[in-house]
Write a protein that binds this ligand. Structure first.
Ligand SMILES: [Zn+2]
Ligand SMILES: [Zn+2]
Length: 363
């Protein structure tokens, strides 16, 4: 068997071991490290079985990779991290109920479940239907994973910021009144309406991010990726995430859609956002004029000057068609990234990049 297989094994073992360690910490401190809305939705007993199996699996993968592979350091880290998670109680940590939820918390459980589910969905999909052959451990992978972790982790902490503008407008402008017809619509239609309305709002804030030089410094990070795949979608500056989500949330709350519809909308838009970035060769033909497909969004990330400031919608490309910003030939773009510019691939440098740019201009 070839060495790269054991390198992959070391990486997957380490990745799994880190998720296990984070899960054990979330079991110890659920009031600080788990999301109260999400906690009600999952079965803890199933999670314990998954955690127990994952601990064995990551340890085993690390051991095999250590004996037979070349990435000894990563393999050893997989073994040590899974051992640490086991020493800290593993899947047997008792949770003290009732949980005294803290107002500011980190959504560790969200990141663990999200990463697991999305990896199971997208890794095989990209392996089978790949558009371009890409190395498993591609350049920038660690940076994208770090953005993913930070943006998901802070969801609890910045949630207040995200919902604040929508709630303020709802209370002070509309005096908490909501139109009657939205709640009376069938659930499916409500979800469809939220998808369209939120994408409409997202379209304009996204366009604003491209047009205003100061805002562009934040959004540039998303466009710095040179390889497209499902994880490239998470390369978003935290400032970009907060502004985009807050703006998209305003019409949802002001139109008074039901909680059930909002809960259904969230996973759909999460999968769609990953899908349009993914390294898959599905074409979808003329459907691309209505719904944003991977081909449409890949052109948004293209470094080709003809595609600059095009295809802002993430779900409904018809919004781009309506406002004259649609650009999508039938062929795939040749290269991705910023037009005639490169920015560092390092996570911390990307985080400070928008502020460093302002300092540079002042100097
Ligand atoms: Zn963009
Ligand atoms: Zn994108």
């Amino acid at each position: 068997m070839k060495t790269p297989f054991f390198n992959k094994l070391a990486f997957i073992g380490f990745y799994l071991a880190v998720l296990c360690l984070l899960s054990v910490l979330a079991f110890h401190f659920p009031e600080y490290l788990s999301n109260p809305q999400l906690r009600d939705a999952y079965n803890v007993d199933y999670l314990r079985i998954v955690l127990f199996s994952s601990l064995y699996l990551s340890f085993g993968m690390g051991l095999i990779a250590l004996l037979l592979g070349r990435k000894k350091g990563l393999a050893l880290a997989a073994i040590l991290v899974s051992a640490l998670a086991t020493v800290l109680g593993g899947a047997a940590v008792e949770v003290q109920v009732p949980i005294q939820q803290k107002p500011i918390y980190l959504s560790l459980d969200l990141i663990i479940l999200d990463l697991l589910v999305m990896s199971i969905l997208f890794v095989p999909l990209e392996r089978i239907f790949f558009l371009r052959r890409q190395r498993f451990l591609r350049e920038g992978l660690a940076t994208d994973l770090s953005h993913y972790a930070l943006n998901h982790l802070l969801m609890g902490g910045v949630f207040v910021l995200i919902v604040w503008p929508g709630n303020w407008i709802h209370e002070h402008v509309f005096q908490n009144r909501v139109p009657q017809f939205t709640q009376q619509m069938p659930l499916g239609l409500q979800v469809l309406c939220i998808l369209f309305i939120a994408d409409f709002a997202q379209y304009w804030i996204h366009r604003y991010f491209h047009k205003r030089p100061r805002w562009w410094q934040f959004h540039k990070i998303h466009h710095s990726t040179l390889k497209m795949d499902w994880l490239a979608s998470s390369r978003l500056h935290i400032g970009d995430v907060i502004a985009t989500r807050a703006f998209s949330y305003v019409p949802i709350v002001c139109l008074g859609f039901s909680q059930a519809a909002v809960q259904l909308y969230l996973p759909i838009v999460a999968v769609q956002a990953l899908f349009v970035h993914s390294n898959v060769r599905f074409h979808f033909g003329p459907l691309r004029y209505i719904v944003t497909t991977p081909l449409v969004h890949h052109w948004h990330h293209s470094s080709d000057p003809r595609a600059l400031d095009k295809n802002f919608a993430v779900t409904f490309s018809i919004i781009d068609v309506m406002f004259g910003t649609f650009y999508c030939p039938r062929v795939w773009p040749e290269a991705y990234g910023l037009y005639q510019e490169r920015i560092s691939n390092r996570f911390l440098r990307q985080l400070v990049y928008p502020f460093a740019g302002q300092l540079r201009r002042k100097a």
